[in-house]
Design a protein around this ligand. Structure first.
Ligand code: MEV
Length: 434
């Protein structure tokens, strides 16, 4: 297919499907059938999903699971997780159980500040810009009063607006660096609406500021957008217990500590270590309708905040107590966006007892810490493959087309055997030939 398609988004769903199936798949009828099989039988629900994005031709399923027994600040949670990786939920549940018997997780929100910036170019006298900004600031705030009114009533709104001079990096580059409190909303729309109005006020006011020369009056706004780097929207989660109790699980506290310290010291290991944390974080972020790309971007930037990419978790052994903790920047919402639209997201939040954004930050941080605990526990004891391949066994058997009874027999057979692609294939063929 080498001619571009015109007006694709305006075509009906059936036309889009026909176009894709007929031009880009080997068996158009089978492809159409497959796309239809993944539709929701309720047309209203399907319509809802169709309208989340443009050009929807089907639904893409991910398993929606739960990890029970998470004791967080004395309250028991069942955590919903949306993820495809086979061992993640099992690992989370095991970690939850381990710490349930050792006092549970403690979590606290350190701060909830969100950030947005208006990036602009001003090549004139910097002193004059500073004076202009002092006079501008109340006008900026006044200019967004219709946007901020409701948020302010609930205790949120604009926290601060700062003028930043970055002209040493790019000629004339300045910013309005703005901070916000958006309460239970992730706040992207609120922040971006404020920023775009700030930009307009900035430009308009500069154009009539008498102390600026005609050139200085022409401020060029480059863009206005929130930042996904939120180092002041921070949560900490922690577990701790006496070393003897920790080691009842068959893990050496010293070895565990060393594994964490390796990830702190060395970026190759840190990236994988943090990836394991994000297995837990993303699964909950996704199940609760939040933006996992935003979270990923912000978290990894935070992991590099000291100049070298490093571990997001930390551990210590002091006075006979083992402590393991995480600090994560998380901009999350429990109202607005997908949280009030996607039926499973609504259910996910209900399962979590309708948390505030602060509570959700704590839950997500705990999920990340638990996941890292589970990964490190496996890595420093049996190795990761044992548990991983056991969970992966079902995927392999499905891929090899095993029947239900063959699957049952093989799950039993591999209880105390090593799972590899070759060993599973061989065992399946043996059963099938009998
Ligand atoms: C796999 O998805 C995640 C791990 O690699 C994390 C880790 O190595 O810590 C097991």
């Amino acid at each position: 297919m080498d001619t571009p398609v015109e007006g694709f988004s305006k075509r009906s769903k059936a036309e889009k499907i026909a176009y894709i199936a007929e031009h880009f798949t080997k068996d158009p009828e089978a492809s159409k059938k497959l796309l239809e099989q993944y539709w929701n039988p309720d047309p209203a629900v399907q319509k809802l999903h169709d309208e989340f994005i443009e050009n929807t031709i089907s639904n893409y399923y991910l398993p929606f699971a739960v990890a029970p027994n998470f004791l967080i600040n004395g309250k028991l949670y069942v955590i919903p997780m949306a993820i495809e990786e086979s061992s993640v939920v099992a690992a989370a549940s095991k970690a939850a159980k381990f710490w349930l018997d050792r006092g549970g997780f403690k979590a606290k929100v350190i701060d909830t500040e969100k950030v947005g910036q208006v990036h602009f170019i001003y090549k004139g006298d910097v002193q004059k810009l500073q004076h202009f900004f002092e006079a501008l600031k109340p006008k900026l705030i006044q200019g967004v009063s219709s946007i901020t009114q409701n948020m302010e009533k609930r205790g949120g709104g604009i926290k601060n607006i700062e003028l930043r001079d970055l002209s040493d990096k790019i000629e004339g580059y300045h910013q309005l660096h703005c901070t916000f409190e958006t309460l239970d909303a992730m706040g992207a729309n609120f922040i971006n609406s404020c920023l775009e109005q700030f930009a307009k006020t900035l430009k308009d006011e500069a154009a009539s500021y008498a102390n600026f020369s005609p050139e200085e009056q022409q401020i060029e706004v480059v863009m206005s957008i929130l930042s996904n780097y939120v180092p002041q929207c921070l949560v900490r989660a922690e577990v701790s217990c006496p070393i003897a109790q920790f080691e009842e699980g068959g893990i050496s506290a010293e070895k565990f500590l060393r594994a964490v310290n390796i990830a702190k010291a060395e970026p190759y290991r840190a990236v994988t270590h943090n990836k394991g944390i994000m297995n837990g974080v993303d699964a909950v972020v996704l199940a609760t309708g939040n933006d996992f790309r935003a979270v990923e971007a912000g978290v990894h930037a935070y992991a590099s905040k000291d100049g070298q990419y490093s571990s997001l978790t930390h551990a210590s052994i002091k006075d006979g107590i083992f402590t393991f903790w995480i600090e994560l920047p998380l901009a999350l919402g429990t109202v607005g966006g997908l949280t009030s639209l996607h039926p499973l997201v609504k259910l996910g939040l209900e399962i979590l007892q309708k948390p505030t954004a602060k509570e959700l930050m704590q839950i997500v941080a705990v999920a990340g810490l638990a996941q890292n605990f589970a990964a490190l526990r496996s890595l420093v004891t049996t190795g990761i493959q044992k548990g991983h391949m056991k969970m992966h066994l079902m995927n392999m058997l499905n891929q090899m087309g095993a029947s239900e009874s063959e699957k049952q027999q093989l799950v039993q057979y591999f209880k105390d055997r090593t799972v590899t692609n070759a060993s599973v294939k061989e065992a399946l063929e043996k059963i099938q030939s009998q």
